[in-house]
Design a protein around this ligand. Structure first.
Ligand SMILES: [Zn+2]
Length: 103
């Protein structure tokens, strides 16, 4: 398969799902999978293999706004850009997931 070069961020990787390129984004609330071929996405529990996600779980999306510089990313759900979801990438020693007493 051809690996995507969309971003080099550690929390983002690309995988191959039945021949479709799927972008895998780890966030604090779960794992997000974006099927770039079909423009569908789903949110799953961390550790989930997207091959086992129920087909009806995949929802259409219009655009994914993802930047190497900003841990926040946005999924645009309609052509007007009015509906969307927002989350933050979770990478390394994530300050949002780390215990509060950790230095
Ligand atoms: Zn986190």
């Amino acid at each position: 398969m051809t690996r995507s070069t969309l971003t080099a961020a550690a929390a983002v990787s690309t995988l191959d799902l039945y021949g479709d390129p799927v972008l895998h984004v780890r966030s604090c609330s779960g794992w997000w999978f974006f099927n770039l071929q079909r423009s569908t996405f789903c949110i799953a529990d961390p550790g989930t293999d997207p091959a086992f996600v129920t087909p009806s779980t995949w929802q259409p999306f219009v655009a994914l706004q993802l930047s190497d510089d900003d841990p926040g990313f946005r999924v645009v759900l309609d052509a007007d850009g009015q509906r969307g979801l927002w989350a933050q990438r979770c990478e390394g020693d994530c300050p949002r997931c780390a215990p509060p007493d950790r230095p």
